[in-house]
Design a protein around this ligand. Structure first.
Ligand code: ADP
Length: 429
């Protein structure tokens, strides 16, 4: 404003000076010319300003005379606001990324329990599609009746466990609803399918172990009671010997189960060690010697063993896997059957230990379950031959700890082929 007044004053002074020299008309003319020039310059500046307003993100044009003082603080404020907005946007983006990175599902709902946002994990847990499900009531999306009952409560002190079918998969979800802000709700979902499975496995395992031990214990205590209650002279020496043998058998069965359980738990709890070179041929020969004793000359053994083929591993574990497969072949192959034991290098550079028998074989529906603990196709036969139902579970564990693969090929009534294949990285020589 002051600059404008000074300019008008200068033109008026110039007009008065020239007017008093060349006449009043020329003075007034010069003054009017000055004013017109000022108006024209102002118009030009305004048009530059209006061009700048269209692209307000860029700095204002320079040399706008009196407008500089107006535009400079506006532009400074604009820039500060822009920086603040960018900072807040980064903050919001960070929060959104953190919410996406949560291992749990997160869903936000408005006061009518309609979906406003959810992270990727929640989409996977519940099968949500944010684009199509936004603004729909969660009660229409998550249709489990127990969830509807839970959501209609007024307080949610704890989570609810839901079993949902999603993509043909049964999922167990822990769902917790929490109010926040003004009339808004947060749902947190946690996938506990694995935890539940582990818990079921643990319960089954305890039940199985108890069951396995209860039978021999019942038999043992039955005999002991009989012996205690009967007068000593009422039993013949032959009867006594028979009872004692039966008791010994049951005690040995329990011993075998406990020994196998200990082996399994050691395998599960000890860290995988790379081990050292193991002379597999020696181990297999020893297992064969023991196998022939167990066979009592009832089977034909065929050996096909590479002498100098070694793998890196833990000798005791490998010995137990080698002998488990061989004793199984003997126990499940009737008299006069043939058992072929091989240890060789495959064309692809893998080392393979295989035991083939001409025994009773295994039906295809049983094959996938053979390595489960205590799974037996024929309980009676397994027990009669001193089986614990843990041999293949141990063998599979040993295989895993040596990066090896246990494969089973069998047909009911037509014999079986069990193989342990070690990767080339495990070859010691
Ligand atoms: P078990 O102590 O009962 O032999 P394993 O874990 O070693 O336990 O084997 C599980 C089951 O697999 C056995 O009960 C048996 O039914 C079956 N099985 C294992 N090896 C053979 C085989 N060579 N031929 C037929 N069946 C077998």
């Amino acid at each position: 404003m002051i600059k404008t007044l000074i300019s008008i004053g200068l033109w008026a002074a110039l007009g008065w000076l020239i007017g008093s020299w060349l006449g009043a008309n020329i003075g007034w003319g010069l003054f009017s010319f000055g004013l017109v020039c000022m108006i024209l310059v102002s118009g030009l500046q305004l048009s530059r300003i209006s061009r700048w307003v269209k692209d307000i993100e860029s700095p204002p044009p320079p040399s706008l005379g009196p407008w500089d003082e107006v535009l400079a603080p506006i532009y400074r404020k604009l820039r500060k606001d822009r920086d603040n907005i960018a900072m807040m946007q980064r903050h919001v983006d960070g929060i959104m990324l953190a919410a996406e990175a949560l291992p749990d599902g997160a869903i936000t709902l408005n006061e009518s329990m309609q979906l406003t946002w959810c992270n990727q994990t929640a989409s996977e847990h519940i099968g949500l599609n944010l684009e199509t499900d936004r603004n729909h009531s969660i009660l229409n999306i998550l249709r489990a009746p127990e969830f509807a009952r839970y959501a209609r409560q007024h307080q949610w002190p704890g989570p609810i466990l839901l079993h949902l079918q999603n993509d043909n998969q049964e999922k167990s979800l822990l769902v917790q609803l929490t109010p926040y802000g003004v009339g808004q709700f947060l749902i947190v979902t946690r996938d506990v399918t694995q935890v539940e499975k582990l818990e079921t496995t643990r319960k089954d395992f305890v039940a199985n172990v108890s069951h396995e031990l209860r039978t021999p214990l019942t038999v043992l205590s039955g005999f002991l009671e009989t012996l205690r209650d009967m007068p000593a002279e009422s039993l013949s020496a032959e009867q006594k010997a028979r009872y004692q043998n039966m008791m010994l058998e049951q005690a040995q069965r329990m011993q075998a189960i406990v020994a196998d359980l200990l082996t399994l738990s050691t395998l599960e709890s000890s860290p995988t060690a790379s081990g050292e070179p193991v002379e597999m041929a020696d181990i297999i020969h020893k297992a064969l010697q023991q196998g022939q004793i167990l066979s009592e000359g009832q089977h034909v053994f065929v050996e096909n063993i590479a002498q100098d083929l070694c793998v890196t591993g833990i000798e005791t574990e490998l010995a137990s896997a080698v002998s488990n497969l061989l004793t199984n072949a003997i126990r499940y192959t009737p008299k006069d059957g043939t058992i072929t034991v091989s240890w060789y290098l495959t064309e692809s550079g893998h080392a393979c230990y295989s035991v083939q028998d001409t025994g009773i074989g295994i039906a295809s529906q049983d094959l996938p379950r053979l390595t489960e603990r205590f799974y037996r196709v024929d309980r009676g036969r397994s027990r009669a031959t001193g089986g614990t139902g843990l041999g293949l579970a141990i063998t599979k564990h040993v295989a895993m700890r040596h990066n090896a693969e246990l494969t089973i090929h069998s047909r009911f009534g037509a014999g079986s082929l069990f193989s342990l294949t070690f990767p080339p990285s495990r070859l010691a020589r």
